[in-house]
Design a binder for this molecule. Structure first.
Ligand code: SAH
Ligand code: SF4
Ligand code: F3S
Length: 470
């Protein structure tokens, strides 16, 4: 993600302006959130944000290590940046290159060795030390910082200004939890992000209040295992995610609440019930299942069965009949047979997903899955992924088509692609566009859906939204 708007007065506040920074994020929402926090921090140091590589004096690649392809992409990106850096050096201009995020954490100093143009490698728990690290980098030192101290990081990172919040739109992420203790046998996240840590309730409420005061209408609570949230309040009592959502549901100005990503084993009944009791909690749950085969789920160390997953959805639908489901799937985990794969397709047919993400298994260094000798042929993985994706795509289209003729609430987020249009999201995360005035951006309204395109719905404004009364 690139930032197109320069933070207000970021350069004026500091006599020694740092220049222009471009933060490019890959991977999950956590990286998107961290990128904004890095930009806020550097804004305080006198850096202005830019969306253009050519303008940037400092480029931060906020990387993802989840699959081999994600990690390799970073090195090709770095190769291009290295050329740019060399070209500038010839003109006597400098460009600092920072590798942040999960590749930084996983590969550490290796990144410096593999690409000489990189100045700094900084892991996800060390961003609060960026200003100091950059000073050292400017003196010509090439450094790696992959220390873990999540609490310190949360405390030290500054909050964005009102102008920065506004520039980022009406929907914002708030990190409530970071890290993962689950150790699924295919996954690098427990190694790159460390153990599960929940932020204190007071910090989350303060951050959310700031966002809402600046005009944010939709808050998505994020965490690698967001529903494992167990954060202390001022009295030392632990709050669950459901309790946190209920509290935020009372906060004036918030129109919509969401949370992601959840793990099936942490899908507690109070969270399921929250979908019935909290009107502002949107009827959309992203709940990765990975596979429909119990044998594969066990080998993946997911600690739940296909039936457990279906039972969660049954209870969610009891609480909120219109809840839309999305999920993540992996095909070709070591040892996956045709019968296992058929179980995954059967589970998908049983649920009916509104959206999904699906991947070919990618063996990751240091994870148990990569050690297995029964790796699946690339060709088989490709075929299974194609079959899986065609079923999931059918379901997505069917879900979108089923909204045609209905009247739903839309939160408008931005101008549409055409003159006189505005665009937003349905409660079920579908992009919706209508003809309407730009001053409705930030508002919810009732929209009659008239057509479903391949990626968005077209509708007609029919009235002020219920959610807008909030
Ligand atoms: N915490 C979330 C998401 C983790 S990463 C969860 O518990 O599901 C996002 C998705 O990437 C995962 O859900 C999984 O589907 C996929 N993924 C993770 N490791 C992978 C690997 N080695 N190969 C292919 N896909 C992977
Ligand atoms: Fe990875 Fe599993 Fe943790 Fe999700 S729950 S981040 S898939 S180890
Ligand atoms: Fe990728 Fe790290 Fe997120 S590996 S998916 S950026 S936690």
């Amino acid at each position: 993600m690139a930032f197109s708007e320069a933070p207000e007065a970021a350069t004026a506040e500091s006599p020694e302006a740092g220049g222009k920074v471009l933060v490019k994020s890959y991977g999950c929402q956590m990286n998107v959130y961290d990128a904004t926090r890095m930009a806020d921090l550097l804004g305080r140091e006198g850096y202005a944000e830019t969306a253009e590589e050519a303008d940037a004096d400092l480029v931060i690649l906020n990387t993802c290590h989840i699959r081999e392809r994600a990690a390799e992409k970073i090195y090709s990106e770095l190769g291009k940046l290295a050329l740019e850096k060399r070209a500038r050096a010839a003109e006597g201009r400098d460009m600092k290159i920072v590798v942040a995020g999960c590749v930084a954490q996983a590969e550490g100093e290796e990144v410096l060795k593999r690409q000489r143009a990189v100045d700094l490698v900084v892991g996800p728990q060390s961003y609060h030390r960026l200003p100091d690290l950059l000073k050292q980098a400017k003196q010509g030192r090439r450094l790696t910082d992959t220390e873990f101290d999540v609490d310190e990081k949360f405390d030290a990172l500054p909050q964005p200004s009102r102008a920065q919040i506004r520039a980022r739109g009406v929907s914002a992420f708030v990190t409530v939890q970071e890290g993962c203790d689950k150790f699924c046998s295919f996954c690098v996240v427990p190694y790159t992000r460390g153990a599960e840590v929940s932020r204190p309730v007071a910090d989350i409420l303060a951050e959310t209040q700031r966002l809402v005061d600046a005009g944010v209408r939709e808050i998505t609570l994020i965490g690698q295992n967001v529903n494992a949230y167990r954060g202390p309040d001022d009295k030392g009592q632990e709050w669950s995610l459901a309790r946190l959502l209920a509290h935020l549901g009372e906060m004036e100005g918030i129109a919509r609440l969401r949370y992601t990503t959840s793990h099936p084993v942490d899908m507690a009944q109070d969270l399921i019930d929250a979908h019935e009791s909290i009107g502002k909690l949107m009827p959309y749950v992203h709940l990765p299942v990975q596979s429909g085969s119990d044998r594969v789920l066990k080998a993946m160390n997911r600690r739940h069965t296909g039936a457990d997953f279906l039972d969660i959805i049954r209870r969610l639908r009891l609480a909120r009949p219109d809840v839309a489901m999305s999920s993540d799937f992996i095909v070709g985990f070591p040892g996956e047979t045709d019968a296992d794969f058929a179980d995954t397709l059967a589970l998908i047919r049983e649920v009916g997903f509104a959206a999904s993400f699906s991947f070919k298994y990618s063996p990751r260094p240091g994870t148990p899955g990569a050690e297995r000798t029964d790796q699946i042929d690339e060709e088989v993985k490709r075929e299974r992924l194609a079959a899986l994706q065609s079923l999931l795509e059918e379901q997505r289209q069917a879900f979108n088509a089923a909204t045609v003729g209905k009247t739903i609430e839309v939160l408008f987020e931005k101008p549409g692609r055409h003159e006189g249009q505005i665009a937003g999201k349905s409660p079920y995360m579908q992009p919706v566009h209508v003809s309407g005035p730009a001053d409705m951006i930030g508002e919810t309204a009732r929209v009659a859906i008239v057509a479903a395109g391949s990626n968005s719905l077209a509708g007609r404004l029919v009235g002020k939204g219920e959610e807008a009364k909030a």
